[in-house]
Design a protein around this ligand. Structure first.
Ligand SMILES: [Ca+2]
Ligand SMILES: [Ca+2]
Length: 298
């Protein structure tokens, strides 16, 4: 997030009475691996009729060189990683006729293993740079291409929740007492510790009108959350901007930010406005004094 956006955001949140610190953007200049999915939020109701399939990719940011890499993708059991492969360019061919790997100009031995001999998902990638005797560092052909691609399957019926996938950094001791690293990267003989950013897929519950934070109760706090959304909108922020995710989680009091915004739109006009907050306050107050209010009659 850029600094201008951060300072504007800090001012708006402070004015809205939300004094949580806005994190400064980390000035990451080093090489990093980053997993992405074509969508981060899906709804529980989308999963009622079938599995949801997302396109995934592993990117290398700020590549500074490695000559070999071994990695292992892992996920919570609710997410299934399938079809692991190198990102490929169908317009160019390897010497064996396969579509060419698109990130590096060339390479030595490479292999991806999606399933093991028993048909279990392992999702391991081995990559060696070019060279006859010692692998040399890979040279980038297409910096905009991911390094690996995969598909993420979210099975039908998966409950609301936050599910993660990541590059494993596990270390195990094998039967002869040696350490085995899930992640290994080298530049020549130098061992590299490359940071890896996993991904999260959020399965959101269906919204309940007026219950913005999804705690099962309609309370004045839910109206406050609506007013905070309004403050951001009035200041010119686009609530669908993924850069605002953390702030929207704080504003709404839930990681299910799209559910929160739908629950806060009381008159169902597609907008979150102060009148929606007023309706929630009236509803909460009527409930408090023993009435059973009806949203459509407020
Ligand atoms: Ca609530
Ligand atoms: Ca509305």
């Amino acid at each position: 997030m850029n600094h201008h956006l951060i300072s504007r955001l800090a001012a708006v949140l402070a004015a809205a009475g939300l004094c949580a610190a806005v994190p400064a953007s980390a000035a990451d200049s080093g090489m990093k691996l980053r997993m992405t999915a074509s969508q981060q939020y899906i709804t529980e109701s989308e999963l009622k009729s079938g599995d949801v399939l997302l396109d995934g990719a592993l990117h290398i940011d700020n590549y500074t060189g490695f000559s070999n890499l071994r990695l292992h993708l892992v996920s919570d059991p609710e997410l299934v990683i399938e079809n692991l492969d190198f990102a490929r360019d169908a317009s160019r061919k390897e010497s064996d006729g396969a579509d060419k790997q698109s990130y590096f100009v060339t390479h030595g031995e490479t292999k991806v293993t999606g399933l093991n001999d028993q048909g279990e998902a392992v999702n391991v990638c081995l990559w060696y740079g070019p060279g006859q005797v010692e692998p040399a560092a890979g040279v980038v052909e297409d910096p905009d291409s991911p390094f690996l691609t995969y598909r993420l399957r979210v099975p039908q019926g998966t409950a609301a929740g936050i599910y993660t996938a990541d590059v494993s950094k596990s270390v195990k001791t094998n039967v002869v007492g040696q350490l085995e690293y899930d992640f290994q990267a080298y530049l020549g003989t130098e061992r590299l510790d490359i940071p890896c950013e996993g991904l999260k897929v959020v399965v959101e519950p269906d919204p309940v009108r007026g219950d913005v934070d999804g705690n099962g109760k309609i309370e004045p706090w839910d109206a406050t959350a609506v007013l905070r959304f309004c403050a951001l909108t009035n200041a010119g922020f686009d609530l669908s901007d993924p850069e605002l995710t953390e702030e929207l989680e704080q504003v709404s009091g839930t990681p299910y930010i799209h559910m929160a915004m739908k629950a806060g739109d009381i008159d169902l006009n597609g907008k979150i406005e102060p009148s929606d907050a007023t309706a929630i306050l009236v509803y909460a107050n009527l409930q408090m004094i023993g009435f059973d209010p009806d949203w459509d009659e407020l």
